[in-house]
Design a protein around this ligand. Structure first.
Ligand SMILES: C[S@@+](CC[C@H](N)C(=O)[O-])C[C@H]1O[C@@H](n2cnc3c(N)ncnc32)[C@H](O)[C@@H]1O
Length: 281
């Protein structure tokens, strides 16, 4: 057993006695290392607040454009939790700019409607565009609601899957919760907003990284643990958190970046998600 494994600070709720002791030491070392590396510093609260307000205004202006305005009525019709307007803006702009063909959404809802709208617009502009979203949901009631408010013109761009959530282990070790029936496609963009808060990190995006050959961008709504696990298994410098917008994200992840042994637990480095995805304004 290597020292990294011994001090691996990932808490899986199953450690007792000596392993638990080493686990707590591992966490302490991680925190010290994080303080030592100044790049972990967050923006000052006033800077963060100003940036949040600036982006919220930009998002509102964007959804007031003629081609997007119909989306503003959607959150009010949904029984799903939804996300802040700035995040709809990020998702919509990402899909409009990067035009991915295979998209995976974990946790359907308002975001499904905003995202499929972006794909619809892509096809309006370029009829050869053939993007599609696979959207996973485990609870029937919000899913039925989402399907009922999805505009007819967007239906061909999204397939919903009602699937149970199962506890499993990624790489035979890391405990995760995943949708049982997730279809595996050559995804280049994954949005992680489900399954509903479970003890363990989401596993679907981790499995995708192993099965998809091309680079994948991943965005996770506040699910830092799901991204921290990924961060620990791949080379440094690919997984971040935008602490202003409370989003975890990864850029251009490929299966050959995965390493056999996890690194120490570290807080995710702060980076502006709009800049990272070439969406600065
Ligand atoms: C954060 S929500 C997903 C939000 C989704 N991306 C959206 O934009 O609305 C995570 C999960 O909460 C569950 N959920 C959402 N609304 C619910 C409701 N009204 N009743 C029960 N569960 C709900 C669903 O399983 C959903 O996938």
């Amino acid at each position: 057993m290597s020292i990294t494994t011994l001090l691996w600070p990932y808490e899986n709720g199953e450690k007792r006695g000596l392993p638990k002791f080493f686990n707590s030491i591992g966490r302490k070392i991680s925190k010290i290392r994080a303080k030592w590396d100044r790049s972990y510093l967050l923006p000052k609260p006033e800077e963060a607040k100003a940036e949040e307000a600036r982006m919220a205004k930009i998002a509102l202006d964007y959804f007031n454009l003629d081609e997007n305005r119909e989306l503003l009525a959607i959150p009010g019709k949904s029984i799903s939790g939804g996300v802040p307007l700035t995040e709809y803006y990020l998702l919509h702009r990402y899909l409009r700019r990067h035009k991915p063909e295979h998209v995976l959404e974990l946790g359907s809802g308002v975001t499904s409607i905003f995202m499929s709208h972006a794909l619809w617009l892509n096809q309006q502009e370029d009829p050869s565009y053939d993007g599609h979203i696979q959207s996973m949901e485990s609870i029937e009631k919000p899913l039925k609601n989402t399907q009922s408010i999805l505009p007819e013109k967007q239906r061909q761009f999204i397939t919903f899957h009602l699937s149970p959530v199962v506890a499993d282990r990624w790489r035979g070790d890391v405990p995760t919760h995943s949708y049982r029936d997730t279809p595996y496609r050559p995804y280049s963009f994954i949005f992680v907003d489900g399954p509903l808060a479970k003890v363990y990190p989401t596993g679907d995006h981790l499995k995708c990284v192993e099965t998809v050959k091309g680079p994948i961008d991943i965005l996770a709504d506040a699910r830092y643990r799901s991204m921290e696990v990924l961060d620990r298994f791949i080379r440094r410098g690919h997984v971040f958190a935008d602490h202003i917008h409370e989003l975890g994200f990864a850029k251009g992840i490929t299966y050959n970046m995965i390493q056999d042994r996890p690194r120490m637990s570290m807080p995710l480095k702060h980076r502006n998600v709009f800049e990272a995805f070439d969406l600065s304004v």
